[in-house]
Design a protein around this ligand. Structure first.
Ligand code: ATP
Length: 347
């Protein structure tokens, strides 16, 4: 059973511009998140990601549709019952949202105090969490004495304090440098793998998804335009908007500017071969082209790794008789994805 499931969920807000009608922030979204997933939600600013998370978190009511969290329809609950649902969901934020007047230990203890835990139990739990996030030596420090990465570790410890089943991360690494981002992502991976917590990651940073997510949903103008296994969406995105996103992080696909440079420098037809693990080997492609009597050179390429599975793109400039090229590409196209990105131009 999914831990979170949305069916035809929409959320409309009155527009911030008076007299301007409504903004449909989330538009007819259906998705399910399985227990143990690291589920990424990506999309440009304004796509509706934060609104979607506020709906899952029961911070806002949906305008229509059904939202099940752990099998409970939260759209039908009263405020007192919603509070219980929120207790099972931890949240971390881009700006960390720590209390600057409290030290690290007191920040992490805060939700436990709210939940009515006894002092010795709080102390033991906070000590355990400090060790899990690697900040045992910072218990007495104040947020302003910490680096961004350390602050987010405190945020994670605080979010985990009451033992939630789900952790929502809203742009949790967007304020961090790349090295610190990777340390925080490693910690989130441990939260998922060692504690079995389902994580929902909202981000506009594709490499965050590539590093930790198992599933991904791409949002555009309130809608989910593509969703699936990260490997599938990244290695063969179907929707043009997802292709644009994925193109920003996937190695091996020339950008339009790079393509015109390639076009300038190399004669022949420029063809990209896209490989996914299990497909026919790159060597076989070269052998097939050679067997067809074609002349070719490798002009662009790259291999990507997503959680141990590889895919890649190689662009070749192929020269020879047009019919021979067409025949070879048709035969190779039976086994690997072939995209002709530029034909020979008259020079
Ligand atoms: N309280 C609100 N009142 C009116 N409009 C809102 C409100 N909250 C969000 N919106 C609008 O809904 C749309 C989706 O916003 P949302 O913040 O969910 O997008 P996002 O993908 O999270 O973007 P960002 O990354 O910039 O936060 C935007 O057009 C936004 O202006």
């Amino acid at each position: 059973m999914p831990i979170v499931s949305l069916t035809n969920v929409s959320k409309a807000y009155p527009s911030r511009t008076p007299g301007d009608g409504e903004v449909i922030a989330v538009d007819d979204v259906t998705l399910s998140i399985e227990k143990g997933d690291v589920f990424g939600i990506i999309g440009y600013s304004g796509a509706g990601k934060s609104t979607l998370v506020r709906l899952i978190n029961a911070l806002e009511p949906a305008t229509s549709g059904t939202i099940l969290v752990d099998g409970v329809d939260i759209t039908a609950l009263r405020e007192s019952e919603l509070r219980k649902v929120r207790g099972g969901i931890g949240m971390i934020f881009q700006q960390f949202n720590l209390f600057s007047s409290r030290n690290v230990r007191a920040n992490i203890a805060y939700p436990l105090t709210l939940a009515g835990w006894k002092k010795p139990d709080i102390d033991a739990r906070v000590t355990e969490l400090l060790s899990f996030v690697g900040l045992s030596d910072k218990a007495k420090a104040y947020p302003e004495q910490l680096s961004g990465g350390q602050k987010q570790r405190v945020g994670i410890a605080r979010a985990l304090a009451t033992g939630p089943a789900i952790l929502l991360a809203d742009e949790a690494t967007s304020a961090l440098d790349p090295q610190t981002t990777h340390e925080v992502l490693d910690l989130l991976k441990r939260v998922n793998e060692e504690q079995g917590i389902t994580i929902v990651v909202i981000t506009h940073e594709m490499d965050v998804i590539q590093t930790i997510a198992t599933k991904v949903a791409v949002m555009e103008r309130g809608r989910v335009i593509e969703q699936g296994d990260v490997f599938d969406v990244f290695s063969a995105p179907q929707n043009p908007a997802s292709q644009r996103f994925v193109g920003t992080v996937v190695k091996g696909v020339p950008s339009p500017a790079e393509l015109s440079v390639l076009r300038e420098r190399h004669q022949g037809r420029l063809v990209t071969f896209s490989f996914r693990d299990g497909d026919s080997s790159q060597a076989q492609v070269f052998l097939d082209l050679a067997a067809a009597g074609l002349d070719f050179e490798l002009v662009y390429g790259g291999i990507n790794d997503i959680r141990g599975r590889a895919f890649g793109h190689l662009t070749l400039a192929i020269r020879g008789e047009s019919a021979a090229i067409d025949g070879a590409l048709a035969a190779i196209g039976e086994r690997v994805h072939v995209t002709e990105i530029a034909r020979e131009e008259a020079r």
